[in-house]
Design a protein around this ligand. Sequence first.
Ligand code: ATP
Ligand code: MG
Length: 577
Amino acid sequence: MSHPSKASPGDDSTKEKGEKLNFIEQEVEKDLKLPKLAGRTLSTRFPPEPNGYLHIGHAKSICLNFGLAKKYGGSCNLRFDDTNPSKEEQEYVDSIQEDVRWLGFEWDELHYASDYFEQLYQWAVQLIKDGRAYVCDLTGEQTREYRGTLTAPGKDSPYRNRSVEENLKLFEQMKAGAFPNGARTLRAKIDMAAPNLNLRDPVMYRVLHADHHRTGDTWCIYPMYDWAHGQSDSLEGITHSICTLEFEDHRPLYNWFCENLGIYHPRQIEFARLNLSYTVMSKRKLLQLVQDGHVSAWDDPRMPTISGLRRRGYTPESIRSFCDRIGVAKFYSTIDVTVLENCVREHLNLVANRVMAVLRPLKVVLTNYPEGQVEMMEAVNNPEDESAGSREVPFTRELFIEQSDFLEDAPRKFFRLKPGGEVRLRYGYIIECEEVVKDPATGEVVEIHCRYDPETRSGSAEGSQRKVKGTIHWVSATEAIDAEVRLYDRLFLSEAPEDVPDGKTFIENMNPNSLEVLAAKVEPSLANAVVGERFQFERNGYFCLDSADSQPNRPVFNRTVPLRDTWAKMQAKGKTN
Ligand code: ATP
Ligand code: MG
């Protein structure tokens, strides 16, 4: 698949105001007025194959299908397209249901393509009787050879003109297990010269002796996607079968099956699948990352899976708003991953409580602050949400600040701590750096000695009078708790990780530094953090408690997304001196 154009998000920005419909909504609105759909309401489905965990691309399809049903007062089913037993597992079925619900959607009906195996078999028999399907003995390779190419027509299979009786008998034997894997197929008899390769006698059934996660060994013939999908849609009364563009060329076949069976005929509409920069999005490749240990699991917070994003701290709201923002289109494009990051940042800015955490601690001793004294400082939980209230943060003689908030040889515009300089401690006092204590052996700064100005306590009338240019966060060295903090970076260094020259694989585009683990100090209130809660670590970004590895006395926090770093921006623009 190519990535020819960059789509700018917000193409459908007017949609919310009801002024502009996306192309699928336009089609749906037209169709709902047709006599064919009289008495029906819109009915869609989300049809994942349970061969992996859902990813952000699936979220687009989920939001689209469930969103349409909601908008037009219709229904949306969840259907497992479980026609390939060798790759499918119950674990995936369970995770998919969890993820759809977590995204905020509830299906009207839950179905499995495997529930339709008997009906599909009966329909295949019907097509054989109608002279529209035959059993073929060509091997897979021969079948491909006979199919021809886009420029050359195919050749008829030597088995194409078997009698109906022989076909019925052989198909019966296929079902009964008389043949080994791959020995025979059932094929639709359409047209070996059709310009569309999908119509050149496509395979409907293959022999596969495999244990199915639901039907066990009941079946040893399994329907191909094209044979199962449209008929499943039809059985469920789906009005609009929305799928991705790769299936555009399959639509004539979808239609052929419905027409030749004489059954209710849904309409297939295709849209462009989501591609994200710096992201791999095929389940096969994501499975490889898990199986080969490049990530810890399907829900590794660096994975573009729904479960990975959840563990990373993404909210369902932010993912839905992302899907809304990128809209649906008929052409391929790649969305910049920063669009997704901005969506979660915007949502968390509104809902996440602020706390103070020092990721790379540097000790500060306030030489004129009474030993053993603990002052409780009032701190605002969320300036964006008054109802979030406030909390108390302990202030003591020994504190930790970020190593990056102190510079010994600081440029003029560095408004944090520097020798002889002053800075305000957020919710605390103004302090002045008096002395830098270094390890004599290494020359490394180990401790900073400061004086605090007791007249400058935050919140008090007189304390707020004196202003200094910089404010930094801190935690009490004696009251803070230890926490492991995991900083994630992109899993891939390349914008299009799947575009690799021959002989290379996408694995070589992986970022070797996508995870950084820090021993941080966090304010004591975080001892009560629970999974699912999100925080803004002031000046550091948005974080959440890790759902898998956190221990009650050893919390682990995942960084969801950094805040925009204004200092780095200034540095980049050369404005720091
Ligand atoms: P993958 O290639 O990642 O395995 P798939 O298409 O094989 O994806 P399915 O489980 O068959 O995965 O997909 C379920 C539904 O989700 C389908 O309707 C499919 O079109 C849609 N879908 C899958 N990937 C994307 C994507 N990147 N963007 C939008 N929709 C997608
Ligand atoms: Mg698939």
